[in-house]
Unconditional design. Structure first.
Length: 370
């Protein structure tokens, strides 16, 4: 939550009118404009926000509570307030009659880029409202909705208005955020406890959570979840539930994870090629196979059932658990270098071989001669 001086600097940076700044200062200190209530179709409640230092009301345990979870963990959201103020909406009914409706948006949201009044609905509800109240709810484009009278009311206050659809919320991400909630509220780890795990993840980006636990048997699962919650280790929360240890992949940061995803996407699977153009399976790894790991050349010295031994060009030995080595290969962190005596074309990715198949015989001869 912003301090008074931070709030003033934020207002100046966004060049908000003095009247808008005064209104926001008032809303930040005021209680909610209305109390939410449970009905037959929804479950209401209150969320204890660590970011805001108070409880935040929700009128739906899926849509609004999920929106709260997203804002709670979104670094771009500086502050958010439930049921912030009541505005009057002026629009025409479906029959053309003029209407004036009292409306309380779900949230007031302060971000690095601006300030918004947000109204959250399910996608199905928005589709129904667009038909029932076409002057109030409008589909702007696929996946995006507008409320022109809400925008008009917000503009008069120097604010902006958004209609948010539950379709924007990724259920897998929200469930993982809720799972991490207690870890986010708790203290971070001492550097001495965090450093060994971070070092292993940096050395083996894409390491599975199960493999990490296997590689460091004394390591407590809560330690890893705390590192994830405090952004000291990165996990794509949309990929898998955090309880699926074999599937969860760990990276030192988001940029590294995205780079690995692009690398994996660049290797087209053989199944996507025509049957006649699919390459033979690559040869199995054998002793003396040259490898590239972290920008350095290594050689496979021993491929055991539980441990893999590598030797660097300088003679340094490195022992890795078998599953760790497999994860490194799968993530592309360890690359198999061309084997002397084997034509280069046979060692290319399926997609590259397919492209070479369209090349001239002279190009193919040059490639295999290298």
């Amino acid at each position: 939550m912003l301090t008074p001086s931070q709030f003033q600097r934020w207002c100046r940076r966004l060049a908000l009118p003095p009247a808008t700044c005064a209104l926001l200062a008032q809303l930040r200190m005021a209680p909610p404009a209305r109390r939410v209530r449970a009905q037959a179709s929804n479950v209401s409640g209150a969320y204890a926000s660590h970011k805001m230092g108070c409880t935040i009301q929700f009128e739906s345990h899926t849509v609004e509570l999920w929106a709260i979870s997203m804002m709670e963990h979104d670094p771009a959201v500086l502050e958010y307030y439930d049921q912030p103020t009541t505005v009057l909406l002026h629009y025409r009914s479906k029959t053309g009659r003029r209407l004036t409706v009292s409306h309380t948006p779900d949230f007031l949201v302060l971000t690095h880029e601006g300030v918004w009044l947000d109204e959250w609905k399910t996608e199905e509800t928005l589709q129904q409202l667009t038909r029932a109240q076409p002057a109030r709810y409008v589909r702007a484009e696929p996946g995006r909705w507008r409320c022109p009278p809400g925008e008009e009311a917000a503009t008069s206050l120097g604010l902006r208005y958004r209609v948010r659809s539950a379709a924007e919320l990724a259920p897998a991400v929200i469930r993982n955020l809720i799972f991490l909630d207690d870890y986010c509220r708790g203290p971070g780890l001492p550097p001495a406890q965090a450093a060994p795990v971070q070092a292993l993840v940096r050395a083996t980006p894409g390491l599975s959570l199960a493999t990490l636990l296997q590689a460091q048997p004394p390591l407590a699962l809560d330690v890893v979840y705390t590192l994830i919650a405090h952004a000291q280790v990165y996990v794509d929360l949309a990929a898998h539930p955090l309880i699926e240890h074999d599937a969860v992949r760990l990276y030192p940061d988001q940029a590294t994870a995205e780079a690995h995803a692009l690398l994996a996407a660049s290797h087209a699977p053989a199944e996507t090629l025509p049957v006649g153009e699919r390459p033979a399976s690559p040869p199995a790894l054998a002793v003396q196979t040259p490898l590239l790991w972290d920008g350095q050349r290594w050689q496979l010295l021993n491929l055991g059932h539980t441990t893999v031994t590598l030797r660097s060009a300088e003679g340094q030995l490195a022992d890795l658990p078998w599953q760790v080595f497999q994860d490194l290969l799968a993530a592309g962190t360890v690359a198999v270098l061309p084997v002397p005596g084997v034509p280069v074309l046979a060692q290319l990715s399926p997609a590259a071989q397919h492209l070479f198949g369209l090349a001239s015989p002279r190009d193919l001869a040059i490639a295999n001669a290298r």
